[in-house]
Design a protein around this ligand. Structure first.
Ligand code: PLP
Length: 405
């Protein structure tokens, strides 16, 4: 990978901030920057094709529908789903997970049933399930992780019971960087006939995903984490479940017939896509996935693995830095604290030096509770980051440490 050429594709990375500081963007787990081809595709859509999808008989509407449905085919191919009908467009991972908790809950959960999540889930794979459990009087159970940030899978054996209806687990932790052994989790759950939902919000941009090979039953992802626009995401679900699950929201596009004596639902996947969908976002996702395919996920993964290794080494060399998450298998996020300093103060100083990191709980308060801390500084990497940027991060951390400790 020629990183300099890649960086040319991302106009935002060229800018200086606070007058003369080169922007060092290390907040990619929150959202990724957009290549020019994605930005151009959005502008082109509004300049040439803008029209609402599915409902029009005119030229523009047919073109817009074609772009939207082609994006669905692209996602299908990207994650190797069996059918386009298994690809539901959503607003993002959170929306996909809420859809799941509601519709799966309505179809399959009754009082006393159990749902298993892990201790390292993002809030969006906890709270929707809590809401559903409250509604249905069901029970939420939690797979713990150890101090290295690895799930304790022997605990999963103890948690599974005849009441377990679904296991919901993140592929990659946005805070610890842990890549979970989802193949093992899926085969274990399936051996008891329990379906598995994978939150791939932090995996889709770092690792190739083949849903048929994994045999996961459900998978959620966000476009903006993989170089596409915000407000577009995907729920992948096996067709048999989508058939049985009731709609999540009602409105236009998701119905076959409506009358006051009752309504019937559109064919899959439109049954789950009420209202005007984000067709521009879907088009941008298509462009972004093509872009990632051109670079190659394997190349991206190798580059990010090198960056992670280098960053871990540089931070360890500084001394009095605590890194949270030392799993054997990690993706491109590193959470740390400067001992004796508040994560927010460190983040502020880094920002003034041009380095964009995230501070706080990263929407994973249970992880903070596990370690007894209020937050961390998180640096997260993408295909356009460089070793020089990690040197700048390390220098900025040294400076923050001198100022604060
Ligand atoms: N799951 C994980 C692991 C995440 O990191 C995030 C966002 O950071 C989400 C879910 C929610 O994604 P979104 O905010 O795009 O809906």
């Amino acid at each position: 990978m020629d990183i300099e050429l890649i960086r040319e594709e991302f106009p935002i990375l060229k800018q200086k901030i606070y007058g003369n500081k080169q922007l060092v963007y290390l907040d990619n787990a929150a959202t990724t920057q957009k290549p020019k081809c994605v930005i151009d595709s959005i502008s082109n859509f509004y300049s040439v094709f803008n029209s609402n999808i599915h409902r029009g008989v005119h030229y523009l509407s047919e073109k817009a529908t074609e772009i939207y449905e082609n994006a669905r085919l692209k996602v299908q191919q990207f994650i190797n789903a069996k059918s386009r009908t298994e690809i539901v467009f959503t607003k993002g991972s959170t929306d996909a997970l809420n859809l799941m908790a509601f519709s799966f809950g309505e179809a399959y959960i009754k009082e006393g049933d159990e749902v298993i999540v892990s201790e390292m889930e993002h809030h969006s794979n906890i709270v929707p399930w809590q809401l559903m459990c409250q509604r249905k009087k069901a029970v939420l159970k939690v797979i713990p992780f150890d101090d290295n940030g690895e799930l304790i899978l022997s605990e999963l054996d103890k948690l599974i019971s005849e009441k377990t209806k679904i296991v919901c687990v993140t592929y990659v932790s946005n805070t610890l960087g842990t890549v979970n052994p989802i193949e093992t989790i899926i085969s274990k759950a399936h051996s008891f006939g329990i379906p598995v939902l994978i939150d791939a919000a932090q995996a889709i941009q770092h690792t190739a995903i083949d849903v048929q090979k994994l045999d996961c039953d459900f998978l959620a992802l966000s476009g903006h984490k993989i170089y596409a626009e915000t407000g577009i995401g995907v729920l992948y679900a096996k067709e048999k479940y989508l058939d049985e699950m009731p709609p999540y929201q009602g409105g236009g596009d998701m119905i076959k017939t409506v009358s006051f004596s009752g309504s019937t639902w559109a064919e899959l996947p439109l049954k789950f896509e009420a209202g005007t969908s984000n067709f521009v976002g879907a088009g941008s996702l298509h462009t972004a996935l093509d872009y990632v395919d051109r670079i190659g996920l394997k190349n991206i993964q190798n580059h990010e693995a090198e960056l992670l290794k280098y960053a871990t080494q540089k931070l360890d060399e500084i001394g009095n830095i605590t890194i949270y998450g030392r799993a054997k298998n990690k993706a491109a996020a590193i959470s740390f604290n400067v001992d004796g300093a508040h994560h927010y103060d460190v983040g502020m100083i880094l920002d003034k030096m041009g380095v964009a990191v995230r501070t706080g709980t990263h929407c994973t308060e249970p992880i903070m509770q596990h370690f007894g801390i209020t937050g961390t500084v998180r640096a997260s990497f993408a295909l356009y980051n460089t070793f020089e940027e990690i040197d700048i991060l390390a220098e900025a951390v040294i400076r923050a440490k001198k100022m604060l400790c």
